[in-house]
Design a protein around this ligand. Sequence first.
Ligand SMILES: [Zn+2]
Length: 106
Amino acid sequence: MELRAERRRLSNAANAVLTMQAAGLEPLTPYPGTVKKWQCLCLECGNEVTPTHDKVKQTGRGCPSCSLKKRGLEHRLGADEAAAVMRAAGLEPTSAIPNLKPPMAM
Ligand SMILES: [Zn+2]
């Protein structure tokens, strides 16, 4: 019985590590449990972040500052695509595309 519990604990921990890695994080400490802050290194920006496994599992987002940047990038790509559509139609946009949200103030 004890062996089985130990094995389950180990496989939970291994799955938790995989969840964090999928979100771009490298855990720095052993799995603390799903709702406890877990010290991880963001592989994108190199910052240390302390999300909970539970939150990362639910949102798929690891590092808060990188996920903010990614959302900003999506907006910019949207603007570039819109400009490309205009150019394809033979038009050259001469001003910023209306109705795009201004960049979020940090
Ligand atoms: Zn990051």
